[in-house]
Design a protein around this ligand. Structure first.
Ligand code: ADP
Length: 236
């Protein structure tokens, strides 16, 4: 994974990538998964989001990927108010966000190559143009020799690396990862962390949700802590 991706991430602008003001969210009226969250992720920043299971980490990522909307408060993405963005505006926001889901969400009927190529294909790219980028990204996550395999034949750690390759191949401005080292051993966890750090150096804003406090500490990144739906530390 020492190879650097050829296509650089779009350089970050001076605008904050994420701003949350007084954000709350509940799945049911009696239970608040997030309460009065104020958060700024400056362009080009790298943060870990930690907290115990059930603290609201995944819910916060759901708001940032616009899979759910805040009940109260406002959400700005890339300098634009996305709180009530209409459905037709969502693809423009999402194109700029690479997401590593906790459950990977790979397409089992598509090859490893085609899973990674999908974001580029959906953006209108032609295989002749993106094939080298996909190959390079797969080499970067040590899956270069598994291109033609289907995801069900991969181990948990390999699926995780594939999900990361797919999330970052299009050079997103914002990378959100939910427990991206949950299925790999400590050594691979460190390597994946380096990968996120390299993408951050290329300009991407990165937020990694993880209960692995030790990894977060070692990363040197700023650490945000969620507890019971509230940010209790590291509010920017
Ligand atoms: P974390 O990612 O930190 O483990 P979550 O964001 O998954 O936390 O969960 C925050 C709270 O919201 C928890 O109390 C959890 O039970 C609840 N929750 C999460 N997803 C749902 C859901 N789909 N329906 C109802 N409650 C949910």
């Amino acid at each position: 994974m020492s190879v650097q991706p050829r296509r650089a991430t779009r350089s970050a602008s001076a605008t904050d990538t994420v701003r949350l003001y007084g954000v709350g969210f509940g799945y049911a009226s009696t239970h608040r998964a997030l309460r009065d969250v104020n958060l700024t992720l400056p362009a080009g920043s790298f943060h870990f989001l930690t907290g115990p299971s059930g603290a609201g980490k995944s819910t916060l990522l759901k708001l940032l990927t616009l899979q759910a909307r805040p009940d109260v408060g406002t959400l700005h993405l890339f300098g634009e108010d996305a709180t009530m963005a209409p459905r037709k505006a969502l693809p423009d926001f999402r194109r700029r966000i690479g997401v590593v889901f906790q459950d990977f969400r790979l397409l089992d009927h598509l090859s490893v190559f085609d899973n990674v190529a999908l974001p580029l294909r959906l953006a209108g790219g032609r295989q002749i143009d993106y094939a080298a980028d996909v190959g390079e990204m797969l080499d970067w996550v040590d899956l270069g020799d598994r291109m033609d395999d289907l995801p069900p034949s991969l181990s948990g750690g390999e699926k995780q690396r594939l999900a990361i390759a797919r999330a970052v191949v299009a050079g997103p401005d914002l990378i959100l990862a939910d427990e991206p080292t949950g299925s790999v051993d400590a050594k691979m966890g460190e390597r994946l962390l380096k990968l996120f750090q390299s993408l951050n150096r290329l300009g991407a804003t990165v937020l990694i949700a993880s209960h692995d406090e030790a990894l977060a500490e070692r990363s040197g990144a700023r650490i945000l802590r969620l507890e019971g739906g509230r940010l209790t530390g590291g509010e920017a």
